[in-house]
Design a binder for this molecule. Sequence first.
Ligand SMILES: [Zn+2]
Length: 429
Amino acid sequence: MTFDLIVRGASLPDGRRGIDIAARDGRIVAMEPRIAAEARVVVAAQGRLVAPPFVDSHFHMDATLSLGLPRLNQSGTLLEGIALWGELKPLLTHEAVVERALRYCDLAVAQGLLAVRSHVDVCDDRLLAVEALLDVKKRVAPYLELQLVAFPQDGYFRSPTAVANLKRALDMGVDVVGGIPHFERTMVDGAASVKALCEIAAERGLMIDLHCDESDDPLSRHIETLASEAKRLRLGARATGSHLTSMHSMDNYYVSKLLPLIAESGVNAIANPLINITLQGRHDTYPRRRGLTRIAEMRALGVAVALGQDCVMDPWYGLGGADMLDVAHMAVHAAPMTSREAIRWSFDAVTEIPARILGLKGYGLAVGCNADMVVLQAADPIEAVRLRAARLAVIRRGEVLARTPERRTNLSLPGRPATLDPADYAPKA
Ligand SMILES: [Zn+2]
């Protein structure tokens, strides 16, 4: 029997070791030790971790790689970022947005990131970014799944044409309803926007993912409205609240009522630790708030929490590199959540959990799933997070899309080993 591809000697995220994974016609058709068959392509995992691909559940691909255009964010705040993006928007061209997005997707594939939910700003009557990212979505479809969210960056009600533009964007084929209630003029307008946007999602049978309470304001309560509307309209896990940073600053008594409401509603949460550890707390002196949402507390109640990247080299964040392990690593530190169980969870929060939130079909490492996987220079998921491990091979539908050489150092130290593999430092089980 001949397969298209066999990955030999994989360690799996669930702890199984020495597993061969065989693929045919884009799907995983066998997973067991020592498969006695040939394949057109053989990838030797040699005990390295083989995981399903990374998934970024929160990103802005229309702004990515625009750092410095037309100027840099001096205050480091969300609000200056939004103002700066407003300055850049009229200068955007279709070609430039497409080119930056395609370059970003090259980087994503190199990092084993094969599915991205990207918000796309609809507060530009030309809908230039929407057209550009719909074009990108088609062009990258052979190697990366791009899901788009119609995002009224300047406010669904606050921006004069956003209501019409959001509808136009959905009609053009944008997948998910977006919003930004904390940027509306008043708390009341914000709540009204959540209600209106949830009704659009319900009417159209779409998913909804709102930027929600991305501030240090302890009284920002839009996640409460989102959970309540999701319950009323039976949106359940089709609804997601992104950021939720005000929850960091909320009164504990109020949170003790809010969290069960979120759990009851089935709404998902997406935290974006890289960006929110830098954007939040900017109006504080000391102590400075970290502005990460209450990840551990939501998890404890069974809320699906994923970790997103949000920004890479744009008006809001000057760093980043399509590395979802970097995102998990920051979450572990910033939360902080350093138990072995929580670090292990952070790996799922950039793979399986966001795959479920996005509704990806055929995702996972099991017979019958898409033959999509990443070989990492690490022994297990915790080690992958610790090392932000190199992606040795990135495979999609049984084809190798990217290879990176192992990170290995030649040492010249008297009486010490001549070469060093950082993954060799894994704790002995
Ligand atoms: Zn965002």
